[in-house]
Design a protein around this ligand. Structure first.
Ligand code: ADP
Ligand code: MG
Length: 328
């Protein structure tokens, strides 16, 4: 490694570590993380690549926070409590500004979210490349004491629930790339910020350990991810389309632009939780919603067999293809 890289790590990343987590000031070959009272740790890795997962002109602190939060969302989906992360940084040659300025802002973004989510940096790697900038984070957490939330536990008759609202980030991406669709400056900035900075549902995931039979986070799109969950549980699902929770911003946009709601709902990047639970747990689920200040909506029921059936408000089936509705 070049001298310059060492000094960058010292300047930008060492302040994000502490002795408590065994990072040894990023001076050794690896971190020695103290693990107490747990048989396993929960580990997940996510990579973000410039031009694929973030725009080249995106602010470095937003990129940092999105990279951390997509990982945090995976831990939320397991019901785990995150404590530390590793950062693999592949720095592409930058046209915009210099690398130190970029790293300065990037590390500030990390610092802000470390504080918010109670996690620390424990190590990583920093290299440069002629290709795009890429960020690869591995996150570590302790498992839910009530049992980890797996995708495979859904039972026929369970309710299907989602947190928050669906489609805000997908609409944010559409609006970010096509300003002529803009419909209200407040609505625009709400959706774009939902796209830029997801809200991982850590507290909800921790609470759900007691009640959920299966869970995952929604990153690829509501139906696609529900399909994954159902596949892992060997069940099917019925979903009431009109129960899918939409923000007032998405509703306003769809009404005004006569835009296809399916595109927004199935766009992905929601980072909300989708989970199943026995229906007699509904009262405690809605209590958890109150305690964790998270909107939770029941959108359907786990069925026997395979595949998802989507029903409109009249109880008629809406055909689905490739994760979206099909209209003929
Ligand atoms: P190696 O030569 O074994 O790859 P390095 O010289 O790359 O080790 O790294 C030295 C130390 O700096 C290690 O403790 C490593 O974890 C840390 N480090 C390097 N890059 C980063 C980064 N992006 N974030 C956090 N720690 C880093
Ligand atoms: Mg290295």
């Amino acid at each position: 490694m070049e001298i310059k890289e060492f000094s960058r790590i010292k300047k930008f990343f060492r302040p994000l570590t502490s002795q408590r987590m065994g990072a040894m000031e990023l001076l050794d070959d690896a971190a020695l993380v103290p693990i107490k009272k747990t048989d396993s740790i929960v580990v997940s890795t996510d990579a973000l690549v410039e031009k694929i997962h973030f725009h080249s002109d995106e602010r470095a602190d937003f990129i940092a926070r999105k990279a951390l939060r997509t990982n945090l969302s995976d831990l939320a989906a397991m019901g785990a409590k995150p404590f530390a992360y590793n950062l693999g940084l592949i720095l592409g040659k930058r046209k915009l500004g210099n690398i130190d300025q970029w790293l300065n802002l990037f590390s500030k973004g990390l610092a802000a979210d470390q504080k918010k989510f109670g996690i620390e940096l424990i190590g990583g790697d920093t290299v440069t490349s002629f290709g795009p900038t890429s960020i690869c984070i591995s996150i570590f957490g302790t498992p839910n004491p009530e049992g980890s939330l797996l995708r495979s536990g859904a039972k026929v008759g369970d309710g299907i629930f989602v947190s928050g609202t669906i489609g805000d980030a997908a609409l944010g991406l559409i609006l970010r790339s096509n300003s002529s669709l803009s419909y209200s400056s407040k609505g625009n900035s709400y959706c774009i910020s939902r796209y830029r900075i997801p809200r991982p549902r850590i507290d909800l995931g921790l609470a759900l350990g007691e009640v959920a039979s299966a869970a995952m986070d929604i990153s690829d799109g509501l139906f696609q991810d529900l399909n994954h969950l159902c596949g892992a549980s060997d069940v099917g699902a019925s979903v009431w389309a009109n129960k899918i929770p939409l923000s007032k911003e998405v509703n306003a946009f769809v009404t005004k632009n006569k835009f296809s709601i399916e595109q927004v709902i199935t766009g992905g990047d929601d980072y909300e939780l989708i989970f199943t639970a026995p229906v007699n747990k509904e009262t405690s689920i809605f209590n958890m919603a109150r305690v964790t200040k998270t909107r939770i909506t029941r959108i359907g029921t786990v069925q026997s067999g395979r595949g998802i059936s989507i029903f409109d408000e009249n109880g008629d089936i809406i055909p689905v293809v490739k994760g979206g509705y099909s209209h003929d």
